[in-house]
Design a protein around this ligand. Structure first.
Ligand SMILES: NC(=O)c1ccc[n+]([C@@H]2O[C@H](COP(=O)([O-])OP(=O)(O)OC[C@H]3O[C@@H](n4cnc5c(N)ncnc54)[C@H](OP(=O)(O)O)[C@@H]3O)[C@@H](O)[C@H]2O)c1
Length: 330
């Protein structure tokens, strides 16, 4: 393929927010490579999604060691995207990766030991063909490993120059507070927390978001479209090729209940009255909260990505719209 050259207008429309009390600005919309970038996917399609993202100011690409399938393939495929032109802009992009879930067999390929985290980060760097990642995450807390050990591994990754910042994902408020204390003592403060957050999953609201604000840690919301439920994708059945239809998709047909579909249709009506797609409104709803630095979307095509980026256009949600949304979600 022709080598990619980025659009000269790439910074014209994206908005950026400071990640917690750090110096790092992240785009309000970031792109995740959990689905759609694996060995089962089509390079021509997903490379276009990535290039289109960067052309529109999406400077942040989120990966993990086991994204694929097969495990590791999203990182390998991202290295090809870098080689095909995106890599020329390495100083303009934020690349994150994680370790914490099942990756390789045996006792050292999962959870939160120092052995696993540092070996996994080296593997990720090799797969992506880069010298450092911008953010390295502990992907989940490990109840069997002292938190000090897991955090020390993140700190060492930063001290060794293999990561610029440390992050945590899927930690509750109490583990977040303890992790933040340790990382601060280590001189490598916690930059960011990556947590699931959408209209359909609000576990972060009562305690985690207030804790992050107290700690000065940024928050990036993953699966903000509830894996596609909070879009028009499933309003008229399960389309071929959709995440729920694909055997490798983590959204299952049984997740699409009649009760959910009713709410989705009602939310879709509010979005239509605003002149937005439901995806756009669902993202805008998350971004109403200034404690959220960025929403971390997935996209199976450049067209979906462009639609989702439209979330940043148009007026804020009014008090009346927010109230109607609450009633539908109640
Ligand atoms: N830290 C963690 O534990 C964790 C866990 C999960 C995810 N994540 C991160 O969060 C990222 C996003 O997660 P996600 O993929 O579940 O996010 P999502 O944005 O909730 O769902 C993405 C899916 O929604 C559909 N979609 C996206 N935009 C659309 C649009 N404008 N109109 C209609 N449908 C649209 C597509 O489904 P189709 O494929 O059906 O087209 C797409 O694959 C991941 O890539 C990963 O980086 C992190």
């Amino acid at each position: 393929m022709d080598t990619y050259t980025a659009s000269a207008s790439r910074y014209d429309t994206m908005q950026y927010a400071r990640c917690g009390r750090s110096g790092l600005l992240l785009p309000r919309i970031s792109l995740g490579l959990w689905h759609n970038f694996g060995s089962v996917d089509d390079y021509a399609v997903y490379s276009r999604t990535a290039f289109t993202a960067f052309d529109r100011g999406v400077t942040h690409f989120d990966l993990a060691n086991n994204y694929g399938p097969v495990y590791g393939s999203a990182e390998e495929n991202f290295s090809r995207i870098l080689r095909d032109g995106l890599g020329r802009y390495r100083d303009e992009i934020i690349i994150s990766t994680k370790a914490g879930y099942d990756m390789w067999p045996g006792p050292y390929g999962n959870w939160g030991s120092r052995k696993y985290l540092l070996a996994s980060l080296d593997q990720s760097l090799r797969r992506m063909g880069i010298d450092y990642v911008d953010i390295f995450y502990s992907h989940r807390p490990d109840p069997e490993t002292p938190l000090e050990e897991t955090m020390e591994a993140l700190s060492d990754a930063v001290r060794r120059g293999k990561a610029l910042y440390a992050g945590i994902s899927n930690y509750d408020d109490e583990h977040t507070r303890r992790a933040a204390d340790i990382l601060r003592r280590n001189g490598t403060p916690c930059l960011i927390h990556q947590a699931r957050y959408s209209m359909f999953d609000r576990w972060t609201e009562p305690r985690l978001l207030p804790e992050l604000e107290r700690q000065g840690i940024g928050m990036i919301a993953f699966s903000p479209l509830a894996q596609g439920l909070l879009t028009d994708r499933y309003l008229h059945g399960i389309p071929d090729g959709s995440r729920a239809a694909r055997p490798t998709g983590r959204l299952r047909p049984e997740d699409i209940t009649p009760e959910k579909l009713q709410r989705i249709a009602a939310l879709n009506d509010i979005a239509a009255a605003r002149g937005q797609s439901l995806a756009q409104m669902a993202l805008r709803w998350i971004l109403r909260d200034a404690r959220v630095t960025s929403v971390l979307i997935g996209a199976s095509s450049a067209g979906q990505l462009i639609d989702s980026l439209g979330a940043l256009d148009g007026p804020d949600l009014s008090a009346e719209e927010l109230e109607r949304i609450e009633q539908i979600l109640a």
